[in-house]
Design a protein around this ligand. Sequence first.
Ligand code: UD1
Length: 338
Amino acid sequence: MKVLVTGGLGFIGSHTVVALQNKGYEVVIIDNLSNSSIEVLDGITKITGIQPAFEKIDLRDKNKVVDFFNRHTDLAGIIHFAASKAVNESVQKPLLYYENNITTLIYLLQQMQVHALQNFIFSSSCTVYGEPDKLPITEKDPVKPALSPYGNTKQIGEEIIRDSSKAYGLKAIALRYFNPIGAHPSALIGELPNGVPQNLIPFITQTAIGKRAQLSVFGDDYPTEDGTAIRDYIHVVDLAQSHVVAMERLIQKKNKSNFEIFNIGTGRGSSVMEIIKAFEKVNNLKLNYKIVDRREGDVVAVWADTSFAEKELGWKAQLSMEDALRDAWQWELKLAQK
Ligand code: UD1
């Protein structure tokens, strides 16, 4: 069965392509290479022994999207990763974010309707919950007003899919990711941050390797045990697997409604200081860091209630935060060799 993976050369996309191919799916990737590298295709091929089909298409180019779907009428499903994801940049360039993340979603859904394609998986984010009223967060908890255009594109994206699933009988699942980290244990694929990393783990690995002088810890006066903010860090290999399981649920018609939403996290929260200590321990090194002011827009603590995903999808994270920190470091070492 053939699955289209948009953004399939990106961080989560590439790990998902590996998981799909390992499960016997035929994959066709669309990526515009705006925040990814063509070399990722080699990494995927080395890991799985199969080179996925790849088309360099920018999904904002409607004619190309139409042409693609005219040539691929036999898709069993679509997993849509292609999107912009830098929170800060989205505040500076909101229209770019709405164009990249919303227009492209609409084009894809239109083509699904035209070709009567049914199964759609959407990359959503725990950012839709904002600062939660209680922890852990369940899927029933309210969606809060978005703090950034990026966050807003995830909320609007979910709404567009909800309306479309009602009107056109499309079947969709939105996966609300918590904080994806790590790399494939082979160190053949991993995260490739564009410029200075905004996210914690790539900043840590780049500091450890000497690309950055020092990690800034954004705030140690939060109302948490050690004063640093808490997130639910999930290994990207576990996260990738959740997409395969979600796609199978749709293909096998096990979904209970046309639009379902699942939290994809580990159910465990770690503070920034816990991450730093664990990184130092599993990799046997010392990290240069200092405490600075809080970063604007950061929430105090977020972690997932994963019981719905466990019960309904039969999916649960298998790898630990330590596994992810080890794999992220091995990947950084591999990058340094290149
Ligand atoms: C952010 C976004 C989230 C998005 C995700 C994409 C916000 C509020 N959330 O998640 O919507 O889906 O990125 O990857 O922007 N930290 C440091 N020093 C650093 C970097 C981070 O102390 O140099 C801290 C942050 O303050 C935070 C934690 O590490 O407490 C995790 O930060 P990060 O990796 O950027 O992820 P989020 O902000 O949780």
